[in-house]
Design a protein around this ligand. Structure first.
Ligand SMILES: [Zn+2]
Ligand SMILES: [Zn+2]
Length: 163
């Protein structure tokens, strides 16, 4: 009985751990390929092209594992589902309020802000988050054109009334 159990254990554990490592590697590679800060669902769609049999649950599990290992980061941006970041170092982001596209903000981190707060509060400060918001180029193009059109139409209308 014990030897049978041992055999079963070996048979199932070895390939599984091997599979986990490969899946984990593919997920990490896909996450780092573009710096688009995808949600787990978006990443799942990409990973599925390479590993067609992978499940969403497996993607979630591996993402958590990679977070625990400090290889990636999980962000909770306001109003969006969790997004994953292949860059493990702390950095700021800018998010489009229209389409939720997130990019790294190429600015330096505030080094002294936590120290300043530590001196001013009884909290033990362990970090800070800063999210810039704005409109991405695609959305600002899209939003400006119909807006201007409306403005012109309004102006034309006013003219007609006033004259
Ligand atoms: Zn946008
Ligand atoms: Zn980032």
């Amino acid at each position: 009985m014990s030897s049978g159990q041992g055999l079963y254990k070996n048979d199932s554990t070895l390939p599984r751990s091997h599979r986990m490592t490969r899946q984990c590697g593919v997920i990490l590679k896909e996450l780092r390929r573009e710096n688009s800060h995808p949600s787990a669902d978006e990443l799942y769609d990409k990973v599925r092209r390479i590993l067609p049999r992978i499940s969403l649950a497996t993607v979630y599990r591996n993402l958590e594992k990679l977070c625990d290992l400090g290889l990636i980061q999980k962000h909770e941006f306001s109003g969006t589902s969790n997004r994953f970041d292949g860059v493990p170092e702390q950095h700021y982001h800018i998010r489009c309020t229209c389409c939720d596209r997130v990019e790294d903000a190429p600015v330096e981190m505030f080094q002294n802000i936590e120290k300043q707060l530590s001196q001013a509060t009884t909290f033990k400060v362990i970090g800070h988050r800063l999210e810039f918001v704005g409109l991405c180029p695609a959305c600002s193009d899209h939003m400006v054109s119909p807006g201007l059109e409306k403005l012109y139409r309004k102006k034309a209308g006013n003219k007609q009334i006033s004259t």
